[in-house]
Design a protein around this ligand. Structure first.
Ligand SMILES: Cc1cc2nc3c(=O)[nH]c(=O)nc-3n(C[C@H](O)[C@H](O)[C@H](O)COP(=O)(O)OP(=O)(O)OC[C@H]3O[C@@H](n4cnc5c(N)ncnc54)[C@H](O)[C@@H]3O)c2cc1C
Length: 403
């Protein structure tokens, strides 16, 4: 069987769903395919922190500025896909007070709203916070429910004409000389397209390789542990240079502890190390002592789709968390193919906008981006959101307790 679409988007994580929605809102005919359920890659296995930008303010201020902007947009447009909790950057007794000052200055410079609480006042708001918390920077972090976000985004794309096809793995891209013409799927069918967007995340190099293009992907795994601590209402971050086990994300009756960052060869085949899990629990317990002996509800792993053509040294934390839109016509002399990699769940809409701007230009489409202003489908209806999650088989472990 052979179908035709204007744009084939490969990868139904948040980024691919975001691209499909943005293109559809600009009047483009789109087919979105994923090899499994939507969000089954990294999206449904993330930590679920809606970044305020504070985490990146001192190291990569541009990433911080993107997070501030996108955090505000998602609060306006994503309804019950996000939860406004606020976040603390906590200086414990052993932490460097100068780093706290640097974080404050960096937040102010990057436009991240920030205020300060002393330890006692912070504990009045979060009674479980460690007794040696000396002071806290308050920032607009929040919680994002990835399964709902990807389902609402895909549903919105569908309402604007997109065909959504979970469980439709791509075997390979098809080419005609120096142009990508579509893809063959594992069921033997072909989708012909005027343009293909490779949004396959940590698997983007595998998709690109089928058209003879090499990508410098550096997938890095991270462990998350959900434990039964209730009553936490604020995202807790340790105020120190990014390291293992420094973020606690609150859900209704549990918290998600994380994470680690270790480069892996194969995003489908890596060691789920007990030592990493124990380190996450130990380190996060310094912020939230009740986590140390709490029941473990579930442990899960995700793989970051990081891209780095440049040398980044020995530590995978040195790899950029920014995003890249690769125009393969310019980069490799291969027309009809655009890849989007890197980035964060928080910035998925912006990644989609940048990708769609390029693809629209290639297709001669003038319509502007509307995704920053138009609310997502079903955003204000949690029951319908969860029905969409079920329909698209989009339920990942990150928010399994919410549905
Ligand atoms: C441990 C960890 C914690 C994180 N925490 C946060 C956080 O708290 N906040 C935040 O903002 N970001 C966080 N991130 C980053 C964020 O989760 C990712 O950047 C984002 O989800 C990537 O989305 P994506 O759509 O680009 O990739 P993915 O979600 O991986 O989507 C790619 C899709 O391509 C599909 N695919 C692969 N091969 C094929 C094929 N052959 N055919 C068809 N489809 C295919 C996959 O099934 C997958 O669904 C975290 C990441 C990790 C790993």
């Amino acid at each position: 069987m052979t179908e035709h679409t204007d744009v084939l988007v490969v990868g139904g994580g948040a980024t691919g769903a975001g691209v499909a929605r943005d293109l559809a809102l600009r009047g483009v005919d789109v087919t979105l395919v994923d090899r499994d359920g939507l969000g089954s890659g990294t999206t449904g296995r993330s930590h679920g922190l809606l970044h305020s930008g504070a985490r990146y303010a001192d190291t990569t201020p541009e990433d911080a500025r993107e997070c501030v902007q996108e955090n505000e947009i998602l609060r306006e447009t994503a309804g019950a896909c996000v939860r406004d909790t606020g976040g603390f950057f906590v200086q414990l007794a052993d932490d460097d007070p100068e780093y706290f000052e640097e974080k404050l200055a960096a937040c102010e410079s990057a436009g991240v709203p920030v205020s300060i609480l002393d330890g006692d006042t912070a504990r009045e708001r979060e009674p479980g916070l460690a007794a040696d918390a000396e002071r806290v920077a308050v920032v607009p972090d929040g919680v994002v429910y990835p399964s709902r976000l990807v389902a609402a985004t895909a549903a919105d794309a569908r309402e604007h004409g997109t065909t959504i096809r979970p469980h439709a793995p791509v075997d390979g891209l098809t080419t005609d000389g120096d142009r990508v013409t579509g893809a063959t799927l594992a069921d033997g069918s072909t989708v012909n397209a005027d343009h293909v967007v490779n949004a396959a995340g940590a698997w983007a190099d595998q998709i690109a390789a089928t058209a003879g293009v090499a990508l410098d992907m550096h997938p890095t795994k991270g462990a998350m542990v959900t434990v039964g601590v209730s009553g936490v209402d604020t995202v807790l971050n340790r105020c120190r240079p990014a390291s293992d086990g420094d973020i606690v994300v609150p859900h209704a009756d549990s918290v998600v502890l994380g994470t680690t960052s270790v480069e892996v060869e194969d995003p489908d085949d890596f060691v789920e190390s007990t030592a990493e899990v124990e380190r996450v629990v130990d380190e996060c317990s310094a912020l939230l002592p009740d986590a140390a002996d709490a029941t473990v509800d579930r442990t899960y792993w995700g793989v970051r789709p990081l891209y780095s053509p440049a040398d980044y040294g020995d530590d995978a934390r040195g790899i950029s968390r920014g995003f890249y839109v690769l125009d393969h016509a310019d980069r490799d002399g291969l027309a009809g193919l655009t890849t989007v990699v890197g980035g964060k769940l928080t910035t998925y809409r912006l990644m989609a906008e940048a990708t769609t701007d390029l693809v629209a230009d290639r297709l001669g489409v003038d319509a502007p981006c509307r995704t920053a202003d138009e609310p997502l489908a079903a955003h204000d209806d949690p029951e319908r959101l969860d029905a969409l999650v079920a329909e698209f088989d989009a339920g990942g472990p990150a928010d399994a307790d919410v549905r």
